[in-house]
Design a protein. Structure first.
Length: 152
């Protein structure tokens, strides 16, 4: 999948621009795998969870949109108490909590910050700041794909 970058005003008063990536609708509708598969499983060394991706349309194949949507929904899912021990060592969990706090502090609205704190750590926090999805590569199992994340 390719992204089409274009510059958009980030802060008109300062005249700065930042890249905005747009997806072509046709690219989103393409099969995410070759050959097309009805479902795939995404795994990542940094996450104890697997992400099951299924076609959003019955009896069809997994599309690029389905993959992006599944990743987004999964990473926005709160970590429940029973899952917390899966998040590595006590030191790993401390780093996850620090990542959570940094994410919450970046929210501009005080009400939104308070609201987010009540919802707990989310799975994205377990990436400890590695929020740039570099690539998704096949594994030895034809239905399992490995996500590789890096720091922005």
């Amino acid at each position: 999948m390719t992204l089409q970058p274009r510059l958009v005003p980030h802060d008109p008063s300062l005249g700065r621009s930042s890249p905005l990536f747009e997806y072509d609708t046709a690219t989103l509708a393409e099969a995410a795998t070759s050959p097309p598969l009805p479902s795939i499983l995404l795994v990542c060394d940094n996450l104890p969870w697997k992400i099951r991706v299924t076609s959003s349309l019955p009896n069809l194949f997994v599309t690029n949109y389905d993959v992006l949507q599944a990743i987004h929904v999964s990473l926005r899912t709160p970590v429940v108490a029973a899952e917390w021990p899966l998040c590595g060592t006590p030191q790993d969990r401390e780093v996850i909590l620090q990542t959570f706090e940094r994410r919450v502090r970046r929210l501009s609205n005080e009400f939104a910050r308070a609201e987010e704190r009540t919802r707990s750590v989310r799975r994205v926090d377990c990436l400890t700041g590695m929020t740039r999805l570099v690539r998704i590569v096949p594994s030895e199992d034809p239905e399992v794909f490995v996500m590789e994340w890096r720091w922005p």
